[in-house]
Design a binder for this molecule. Sequence first.
Ligand code: GLV
Ligand code: MN
Ligand code: MN
Length: 410
Amino acid sequence: MPRIDPARLLADLRTLRGIGAHGRGVVRPAFSAADMEARRWLARRYQEAGLEASIDGVGNVLGRSRHPGRALLIGSHSDTQPTGGWLDGALGVIYALEVVRALAADASTRELAVDAVSFQDEESRFVGCLGSRSITGVLTAEMQEEVTDRDGVTLADALRQAGLADAPRLRIERERYAGFLEAHIEQGPQLEDSGRKIGVVNGIVGLRGIRFVFRGQQNHAGTTMMARRRDAATSLYELAYRINREFPKVAAGHSVWTMGRARIEPNATSIVPGYAELDLQFRDASEAPLDAFEAVAARLVAEMNARGGVSIEATRARAPIPPTRMDEGLQEHIAEAAERHAPGKWQRMPSGAFHDAGIVSACVPSAMLFIPSIGGISHDFAEDSRDEDIVLGCRVLADAAASILACGRA
Ligand code: GLV
Ligand code: MN
Ligand code: MN
């Protein structure tokens, strides 16, 4: 059985944490200077581990095994949210590196082929799961055209600044891979609450989004009587309120929705706002509630537009993510490894966060494992996991990887 090196694993995770560190958290959005520095550092680590490393035209870092035969692809992403935690994505990326090194050090697994990957922009600075969409061939021109980040920077400019504009984009070699494994922090409280140590993910939620643009008339906040106002912000507040009132009526048990970004122009206390934007995102493990949410949103917009005053335009987000199931056979390998390392302390569970595995699963069988998040906190500087849980998760992953590849050889 391969033996991981806990000290080396934790040291590499901490080195990566240092690139873009902000207090306890990390600010390393896709294509930022810190992100590209992290990607170059990772490519060097892949080389040292004996892999052939490259950074492709969207920033994916791939470490390709030099061993012949069917390979496993293992990894996650190393970009972060605008204010992100240190383990979201980074955990799975460093696990992959450690699994490669552990397998190479053991006579019984030395010849097995594992490729390591860090996908780009999983966290949606431009397009959620940009890197895994690109490598699997589902990144459309429409998703990339004129797309900007929240500060108005275009993807094309970010690629140019990162020095990637002319680099070739990799395409996954489907027939090369027996599967893709992604390990991740849970980012929720279930494992911690139940005292379990490993989650074997059975499915990943789907996600869609709508951007609402409100156009009214900017005017003086003292002289414009209430009856004459065409206040874009008031319209935004009303729509948000009605979404929160109507969505529960069509939601499934685990549906969630978030209005996490709003913009009011000109955002000044003494001006009736003439323009506003609101981003709505909703998630569920099946398509039906997502369809229902879209229908409700369309009805509310039609009702409010019929009243006149402020006009509302709704545009679907260009990069939805479909709900996906994880591969049963790969899940079984992870479950068996979890039972060996943490008897009775693992569970199957769905993922409420989306992941690159959800995209990759469309062309290569994919599976995920989770480790506990302290307090269930993620997408926040406070995100953390216990060292012993980090080490255990990597042991389970290394063991599962070896057993999947050994199975393929038999
Ligand atoms: C991924 O980071 C998500 O928002 O689920
Ligand atoms: Mn992540
Ligand atoms: Mn995330």
